[in-house]
Design a protein. Structure first.
Length: 317
């Protein structure tokens, strides 16, 4: 076992224990975690900094407000219900339309107003939150994803995860919903993670259930060789998130809306490690290189240029 761990480390692969001890814990002061663990706090912080986020329609904070949900939702045909402290996509409900007194979910199923109220009530009680603590519920704009992803996504909205270390984007992937993931862009629930070349914004091979893939299992369309639109803006938002939160090691989740452009979806102080499989590259080597050059990488444009120069498939085959 120790021999395998040593070989992976020598290959530049970052393991969970090392991520926690040397990066998440060392570079992320504990008192800053609430800035990213609460989606409402993150959204408010980003808006104040002039960074684009999905518009917020309303917030339900206490059980007494659940009875006002119907009034809050009345102006909208589609929306997203999201626990503020949820993780892994748990508790998120995406509504794509209404028919009479019923709401249509992204998977085509219909639910009633009473179903939504019950779900929101459960979310407030902490059913989906980190540690089971009482929570708040956000009602927000439903992202209309860029059509370039239409052929390689099943029902849900793809998002882009960029790992940022000391303000430098070090690795990226696009997460593509599948039938298995029930339309959610979550790798643990069965979504695909396709690596992205940081220099060009072009997709590489992907990982699906820890298996390397080149096609989407549902649409059977290639997931490689796709140029992610507005890549420079996505890199800029990711790099700027360092100043936004003060967290040295974080995952920045972004979406590409066809009308609103790049939007920050959420931030994560403990991003997963499957992104290494999607990129067929280890994080450790990249993180160590950033540490060596960090003193000279103060400006955002310098950090992005460093990322594009050192972390492309041309420089890291």
């Amino acid at each position: 076992m120790f021999g395998i761990a040593q070989k992976l480390s020598q290959a530049g692969v970052l393991g969970l224990n090392r991520r926690n001890a040397e990066y998440s814990m060392w570079h992320n002061p504990r008192h800053l975690f609430p800035l990213v663990d609460d989606k409402l706090t993150t959204k408010t912080l980003a808006e104040k900094a002039g960074m684009s986020v999905p518009p917020l329609y309303g917030v339900i904070e206490i059980q007494h407000q659940v009875r006002t949900l119907g009034t809050l939702l009345a102006p909208y045909q589609d929306f997203v219900i999201k626990p503020a402290q949820g993780s892994g996509g748990d508790g998120i409900v995406v509504i794509i339309g209404k028919h009479n007194d019923r709401y249509r979910k992204v998977n085509g199923q219909f639910i009633t107003q009473e179903d939504l109220e019950h779900h929101v009530s459960n979310a407030l009680s902490g059913l989906y939150s980190l540690g089971g603590h009482p929570d708040k519920v956000l009602i927000e704009y439903r992202v209309q994803f860029d059509p370039i992803f239409e052929a390689i996504s099943y029902q849900g909205v793809p998002d882009v995860r960029i790992i940022v270390f000391l303000g430098v984007p070090v690795m990226a992937m696009v997460r593509l919903p599948t039938r298995m993931s029930d339309g959610k862009a979550n790798l643990h629930q069965g979504a695909i993670g396709a690596g992205i070349d940081l220099s060009t914004g072009i997709t590489l091979t992907g990982v699906w259930q820890n298996e390397i893939v080149t096609e989407h299992p549902d649409t059977e369309r290639p997931i490689t060789g796709i140029h992610v639109p507005e890549w420079e803006k996505l890199l800029d938002l990711a790099a700027r998130s360092y100043e936004l939160t003060g967290l040295g090691y974080q995952g920045v989740d972004l979406v590409l809306d066809k009308n609103k452009g790049p939007l920050i979806l959420e931030l994560n102080a403990r991003p997963g490690l499957n992104i290494q499989i999607a990129n067929r590259a280890g994080l450790l080597t990249r993180l160590q290189l950033v540490e060596q050059h960090a003193p000279s990488l103060q400006a955002i444009e310098d950090r992005i240029a460093f990322s594009k120069q050192h972390f492309s498939t041309q420089t890291n085959p």
